[in-house]
Design a protein around this ligand. Structure first.
Ligand code: IPD
Ligand code: CA
Length: 290
């Protein structure tokens, strides 16, 4: 293709992508998830879950995961959009004539064990990016379905909780800080020695069971840090909250202090430390043993 044609095609693509109000579409996806899961939420809580196989992310699929994913897909396809879906449940699927126009990374239900045990802490997480990489995420939504709280972010425009701008905490004292740590792994013997020095200096350690939402709690100052160094959290669970953390002005890096990079793929796993501010982040990183 000639250079001028390439420029024109690039310009057209830029316009098509930017004419889409992704935040509005993600809000509509959330509303549809809420509508379609409402009866199931009441019915399925504390009921034995039928075996529906294993999702693309490697965990057993529950009916509620499928219903939430279907609601998201119905909304997206109803808009006639071209996009590539990257979902924890159904994997990578391409839709429309130009599926590379947008990548939509979805964890239909984050915290599904909480949900099925009646613990009121679970979320729907959706991120939109220009390519299948974490750093390319430009619009994000994490919706706490039980408490009706929605976190959103658009690149360069800040992060919000129910449409009100959010900021992380200024806490720098580990003894006062509330710190989330996900130790949910059979390999806890490998993790424990790395995290002991930090835990020894804290009084308020938590793990609430839905990591996307726990990251949003760092973004809005509810907690002061959230640490997941298991190397088993999927990129699909992290994509939306990553942008919300960044846009709120909090910090998220690898446990070694490097920028977080990941392929957006249901099989991609990552480790991170997310903190309210740079000062407490540095203190935490120094206490984590490699
Ligand atoms: C899970 C939650 C949980 C974490 C697990 C994740 P899911 O997400 O985020 O807090 O400990 O590793 O798999 O499976 O409910 O989407
Ligand atoms: Ca999930």
């Amino acid at each position: 293709m000639k250079t001028t044609n390439l420029i024109i095609e690039g310009f057209r693509k830029y316009n098509r992508v930017n004419l889409v109000d992704w935040l509005q579409i993600l809000e509509e996806c959330k509303a549809n998830v809420k509508r379609q899961t409402a009866s199931l939420l009441k019915a399925s809580i504390k009921q034995p879950q039928p075996d529906l196989g294993v999702g693309a992310g490697g965990d057993p699929i529950k009916q509620i995961d499928l219903t939430a994913e279907k609601a998201i897909m119905e909304t997206l396809l109803g808009k006639g959009l071209s996009f590539t879906l990257i979902s924890e449940e159904s994997g990578i699927k391409r839709y429309g004539s130009e599926p590379d126009q947008a990548y939509i990374t979805v964890d239909p239900i984050d915290g599904s064990t909480n949900l099925t045990r009646g613990i009121p802490f679970y979320a729907t997480s959706i991120a939109v990016s220009t390519n299948p990489k974490l750093q390319a995420v430009h619009t994000a939504l994490v919706a706490d379905l039980f408490h009706d709280v929605t976190y959103t972010a658009v690149k360069g425009m800040g992060a919000k909780r129910n449409n009100q701008e959010i900021r992380p905490s200024k806490e720098v004292d580990l003894a006062e800080a509330v710190i989330g740590v996900d130790l949910n792994t059979y390999k806890v013997r490998e993790i424990a020695p790395r995290i002991t020095s930090l835990i020894e200096r804290t009084k308020h350690i938590r793990h609430l069971g839905a990591n996307a939402l726990e990251l949003c709690y760092v973004a809005d100052g509810t907690i002061d840090a959230f640490i997941d160094i298991r190397g088993k959290l999927r990129a699909t669970d992290t994509a939306a909250a990553w942008l919300i953390i960044k846009e709120a002005g909090a910090t998220i890096t690898t446990p070694e202090g490097k920028p977080l990079n990941a392929k957006l793929d249901p099989t991609e796993k990552l480790s991170f430390v997310a903190s309210a501010n740079r000062k407490i982040h540095k203190i935490i990183l120094n206490l984590l043993k490699a």
